[in-house]
Design a protein around this ligand. Structure first.
Ligand SMILES: NC(=O)c1ccc[n+]([C@@H]2O[C@H](COP(=O)([O-])OP(=O)(O)OC[C@H]3O[C@@H](n4cnc5c(N)ncnc54)[C@H](O)[C@@H]3O)[C@@H](O)[C@H]2O)c1
Length: 247
């Protein structure tokens, strides 16, 4: 159990990679804080699955664009558990359009959730980690945040941006005992890809040397490793988990 006695806050954890990460970290012994944006039943379902399996989980409505919800979640977790060891900034959205068609609303929404939401969470939790003298912050980047992508001006900017956070925070916070890293997945089977036509998914899989998309558990495994003491000398890194997509 690599995360025994740790408290892990995971945003966007009601489905997809976030839910898989919550389950994995709970299986590794962490008390996981399952943060979802809106739908209580989805959060409760993840919490129930974890507790039924013998793990420990707390569920919160916590929209990363709403500072009051973040602070309320943090204060309640601290009241109940007394510490926060791990933050996984997983929440993210896509609103794709080519530059020539992108609206201000599409641009602003994606920036607000993926970039400012990541900042909001880290800003609210960092004092706790500094006071503890330990912590791990993990940001969800993407292969799109390293190489860019057709139709994703807004998303690419945020996924490059959270790497900028990692490079900066890892320099600022290392001396406080806090490690900061990013995971940059390739194409992973989750609800985020639900609007991508099957034909396109098949073509994407064809580009991967392993000839398949990834699954959420394969990303969750990397977050769990990076959060653990086994990754004690990994700081400021961007770990690409793509099945070799970009080779
Ligand atoms: N699926 C992929 O291929 C892929 C690839 C690279 C990176 N990622 C990144 O991984 C992360 C998880 O994506 P996923 O594939 O599991 O997608 P997903 O759509 O299944 O999950 C995203 C989660 O974020 C939540 N969310 C959205 N807005 C929010 C807000 N304002 N506050 C709190 N939560 C909010 C959603 O409710 C959802 O639960 C995202 O940051 C995504 O950009 C995904």
């Amino acid at each position: 159990m690599r995360l025994k006695n740790k408290v892990a806050v995971i945003t966007g954890a009601a489905q997809g990679i976030g839910a898989a990460t919550a389950k994995k970290m709970a299986a590794e012994g962490a008390c996981v804080v399952v943060c979802g944006r809106k739908v209580r039943e989805h959060i409760d379902a993840v919490v129930k699955e974890i507790t039924d399996a013998g793990g420990e989980a707390l569920g919160y409505i916590c929209d990363v664009t709403v500072p009051e919800q973040i602070v309320a979640m943090r204060d309640d977790v601290l009241a109940k558990k007394g510490r926060i060891d791990i933050l996984v900034n997983n929440a993210g959205v896509v609103m794709d359009a080519q530059l020539v068609k992108m609206t201000e609303e599409q641009f602003d929404t994606v920036i607000d959730v993926n970039l400012k939401g990541t900042y909001n969470m880290a800003r609210a939790l960092v004092d706790t980690m500094v006071a503890q003298g330990s912590g791990v912050i993990l940001n969800a980047s993407s292969v799109v945040g390293v190489y860019g992508n057709f139709g994703q001006t807004n998303y690419a900017a945020t996924k490059f941006g959270v790497i900028g956070f990692v490079k900066t925070w890892s320099k600022e916070l290392a001396k406080k005992g806090i490690r900061v890293n990013a995971v940059a997945p390739g194409y992973i089977h989750t609800p985020m890809l639900k609007d991508v036509p099957e034909k396109v998914l098949t073509a994407l899989a064809e580009k991967v040397p392993m000839k398949r998309l990834g699954n959420a558990e394969e990303i969750a495994n990397v977050y769990a490793f990076l959060a653990s003491d086994e990754a004690s000398y990994i700081n400021g890194a961007v770990i690409e988990v793509t099945g070799g997509l970009t080779l």
